[in-house]
Design a binder for this molecule. Structure first.
Ligand code: ATP
Ligand code: MG
Length: 328
């Protein structure tokens, strides 16, 4: 039995990258662990968000967690801004972080390069993420490969705090899936698929209609040799599509290569579109029921209550350790 925490930003509609790299793995963890799943809306505002869209995306993300199998009787599902301890411990951890180490984060570099105005929050995102994790005494953080560096920083901050003030934080470990931890963009196989990509053809959203999915896969970039073969270095685009095919169908990459031997990319892509649509169909059906129900708000109210109860205890410990508490 471990404490598990994972968060997803409501910065757009989830992609199959988010699903295959993170969300899909959450449901198996619920039975034997204490799980916290969070809609990290305060992370989303590190880049500009439209008010109405942010609100909608937050609810939509909560519904997708449930539709993909998160059971509110087993797990705590909540919205980050509804648990103030995240921002409060986030501030404390900002004061434990060094600007230099934050500037070295690849996500900061990726998201700030070429932008005229970069918010201070984009730089101080990792201490807030560290707070998300450390508040719950988290031992395991199931995430995609891109978050590895932030988890390492979380460990460094926890270790630094424990050494300087008091030994209160548990050291978390990242759990990164062996396959699917970095699904690449359909338009550029050197970049990861991201829900905030400005080119909609670069990703498949978990709520895309079957026809849209099929079209986007058809438009995906490939190479010109026409052979369906896994070779990450020389055929990154086809290798990415093969990974997606394998994870969605449950077939091995070798079996899929054999199925398409002597056939071109056309057949492969058309069938991959169907396979993805079929994987998402039951999730979308359940999502459509949930998004219009009042059940969703009740679940999130209860989740915030449970999360607040646990998080406020760790926050009090951190404040006490630093001398931020008046009494005692
Ligand atoms: P944004 O572009 O706004 O950062 P994102 O698609 O990167 O959105 P996040 O909310 O930052 O999504 O990440 C949610 C989870 O999905 C994290 O665990 C992250 O590691 C994982 N993840 C994100 N992109 C991918 C990907 N391309 N492949 C596999 N996992 C991914
Ligand atoms: Mg991201």
């Amino acid at each position: 039995m471990s404490v598990i925490f994972s968060g997803i930003q409501p910065s757009g509609t989830l992609t199959i990258g988010n699903y295959l790299g993170a969300m899909k793995h959450f449901t198996n963890l619920q039975d034997d662990n204490e799980c916290y799943f969070c809609v990290v809306n305060q992370h989303a505002i590190t880049v500009p968000q439209e008010k109405k869209a942010l609100k909608q995306n937050s609810k939509s993300l909560a519904a997708l967690y449930l539709a993909s199998g998160i059971d509110p009787d087993k797990s705590t599902l909540f919205i980050q801004s509804e648990v103030p301890a995240h921002a409060q411990l986030g501030w404390i951890l900002q004061c434990v972080s060094y600007i230099g180490e934050l500037e070295r984060m690849t996500q900061f570099k990726d998201k700030s390069t070429g932008k005229d105005a970069v918010s201070a929050g984009l730089l101080t995102y990792p201490p807030l993420m560290a707070a998300d994790i450390l508040l719950y005494g988290t031992e395991v953080v199931p995430v995609g490969d891109d978050q590895k560096q932030h988890i390492e920083l979380t460990r460094n901050l926890a270790e630094r705090f424990n050494r300087k003030f008091n030994d209160i934080f548990v050291m978390p470990d990242a759990r990164i899936p062996k396959v699917g931890a970095r699904i690449m963009s359909l338009q550029d196989p050197t970049r990861k698929m991201s829900k905030s990509d400005s080119n909609q053809n670069a990703y498949i959203s978990m709520l895309d209609e079957p026809n849209t999915i099929i079209k986007k896969v058809k438009r995906a970039v490939t190479d010109s040799d026409g052979v369906v073969r896994f070779d990450k270095e020389n055929k990154p685009a086809i290798s990415n599509l093969l990974t997606i095919y394998s994870l969605c169908s449950g077939k091995s990459v070798e079996d899929i290569e054999a199925m398409y031997e002597g056939r071109g990319y056309g057949d492969f892509k058309a069938e991959l579109g169907e396979v993805i649509a079929e994987t998402l169909r039951p999730i979308q059906e359940r999502y459509n029921e949930l998004i219009t129900s009042s059940e969703l708000d009740d679940i999130l109210d209860l989740g915030a209550e449970k999360a607040n109860r646990k998080a406020s205890k760790m926050l009090a410990k951190a404040e006490r350790a630093m001398g931020l508490e008046r009494k005692r």
